[in-house]
Design a binder for this molecule. Structure first.
Ligand code: SDX
Length: 434
């Protein structure tokens, strides 16, 4: 049972009547009015497009304080986790609720290895995608296809879930690497038992018959840290989609596949790809007119937004963006690379943070602003950036899905609406069929 205590009652006065609604407080002081009986008591519903003010659940997994720029997973601060843990450690923490000890970590790593292969028939799926297929489309299709090769989740859901979780965590990385090879027209590279999770991914991506990939500890650590930064983010768009699909009792593969599709959107996980495309656009124009870009982002008549800036919850600097910016600097230094796009990004950040429009709306860099620059330095193509986000977010999606499905308040997601369409009318007298 999640810990929340009722601290007082909220009074609602409407149509001459007064109602009392319980007010709960979570362990970090988040307070919420419980409206579960609102319609039964008052006949009214609430209206909150985008659910910006609506809590969908009580959760033990991730805490965000958007005003203070705090992000914690199971009580551990994101900077602490990125500095001291691998992505597998954090995946284990999110799914199981505690960091693994040495034996638990070794077992988890061995399970990852055992489940890292794809069914050989799945390889043929890649031949059927057109060459220009976006990797997020292939990722979503391949994930839901896993349910056809591993149907036991339907027959023994409880027993199979641990295997399914490990299978998904390990295979998504393989699917991503195979997708990259498909796009490059290169032969796929199988996972190796002697490589770690991130070493395996990088090897499956960059090993070719004529180019031996040698793991670089600095790059492997940077990738671990970037995946940790993306691991979970409470009730974000794609997590809400994963839970909504799962709330209908659809299986985990189908739920994750839907989450991949939601993440693809430019306003969500697709932003990391859009950030680089924005920076390249500025760079290719040659004159680096930073102020002109800032003015476009402020212009309500222009659909352009400063990608990688702004956030539904963070009204200060996204703590993940700070870490991502430092990782980018370290990787470029280590590789001896200079990327003019980093300079443009820093100029954009400086100009935006000094501009009243951005200040008044509390618009700061978010996780997507700097991550793409590191992926680019590693050699990952821009259209794979959101795939990287999906690999990182997978343990969070799974943890949120498991918590929902095992929770005492598990209900099918079904929001209400205010109807504003035509009132009743007759077909015959109102239908011009001339
Ligand atoms: C992620 O939810 C999560 O946790 C997501 C995420 C995760 O880990 O799962 O953190 C990952 O999705 C990060 C966000 C990536 N997206 C982008 O970088 C795209 C650019 N950002 C925006 O589209 C926007 O900031 C959102 C979508 C992220 C948040 O939008 P909201 O909360 O719905 O806010 P809004 O669109 O209502 O904007 C409020 C105001 C508006 O201006 P006014 O109508 O008040 O005059 O701020 C403006 C917006 O026009 N605004 C921007 C802007 N973002 C908001 N103006 C210019 N550039 C921007 N980037």
């Amino acid at each position: 049972m999640s810990y929340t205590k009722e601290i007082c009652k909220a009074k609602l006065e409407v149509h001459g009547k007064t109602y009392e609604l319980p007010v709960y407080e979570g362990t970090e002081g988040e307070q919420a009015i419980d409206i579960r009986n609102l319609r039964a008591q008052t006949g009214l519903i609430t209206y909150d497009p985008g659910f910006a003010n609506t809590g969908s659940c009580i959760s033990n997994i991730t805490f965000i304080d958007g005003e203070k720029g705090i992000l914690r997973h199971r009580g551990y601060d994101i900077v602490d986790l990125a500095e001291n843990c691998t992505f597998l450690d954090v995946s284990y923490l999110l799914v199981h609720g505690f960091l693994p000890n040495r034996d638990e970590r070794a077992n988890f790593s061995e399970l990852m290895n055992q489940h890292s292969m794809l069914h050989e028939d799945m390889r043929r799926f890649y031949n059927l995608f057109p060459d220009h297929a976006h990797p997020m489309a292939m990722l979503s299709a391949m994930v839901v296809s896993l349910s056809t090769f591993y149907p036991e989740l339907e027959t023994n859901p409880n027993e199979a879930i641990d295997i399914t979780v490990t299978r998904l965590l390990s295979k998504l990385r393989t699917i991503a690497a195979f997708t990259y090879k498909k796009m490059r027209g290169e032969p796929i590279v199988y996972p190796r038992p002697d490589f770690s999770y991130c070493e395996n991914f990088l090897n499956m991506m960059f090993q070719t018959p004529v180019n031996k990939y040698v793991p670089d500890p600095v790059i492997t650590r940077a990738l671990n840290q970037l995946l940790v930064l993306h691991a979970d983010h409470e009730q974000n768009c794609s997590s809400a989609v994963v839970k909504s699909v799962g709330s209908s009792e659809a299986n985990l593969y189908a739920s994750i596949s839907a989450g991949v599709s939601a993440l693809w959107g430019a306003r969500h996980g697709g932003a990391n790809q859009q950030v680089i495309e924005m920076l390249e656009m500025i760079h290719n124009e040659g004159k680096h007119d930073i102020q002109a870009v800032i003015e476009r982002a402020k212009d309500k008549n222009d659909s352009f937004r400063l990608m990688g800036f702004g956030h539904r919850v963070y009204k200060t600097y996204d703590p993940r963006a700070r870490v991502a910016k430092e990782i980018c600097r370290q990787v470029l230094d280590h590789l001896g690379k200079k990327d003019e796009l980093l300079g443009i990004a820093q100029e954009l950040e400086e100009a935006a943070l000094a501009d009243p429009y951005f200040q008044q709306r509390n618009l700061y860099p978010n996780v997507d602003f700097y991550t793409g620059l590191t992926y680019r330095a590693i050699g990952i193509p821009t259209n794979m950036f959101t795939v990287m986000f999906a690999i990182g977010r997978l343990p969070g999606w799974i943890a949120q899905w498991l918590e929902m499905r095992s929770g005492s308040e598990y209900k099918i997601y079904r929001p209400r609406q205010i109807y504003n369409g035509p009132t009743q009318r007759d077909v015959i007298s109102n239908w011009d069929r001339s």
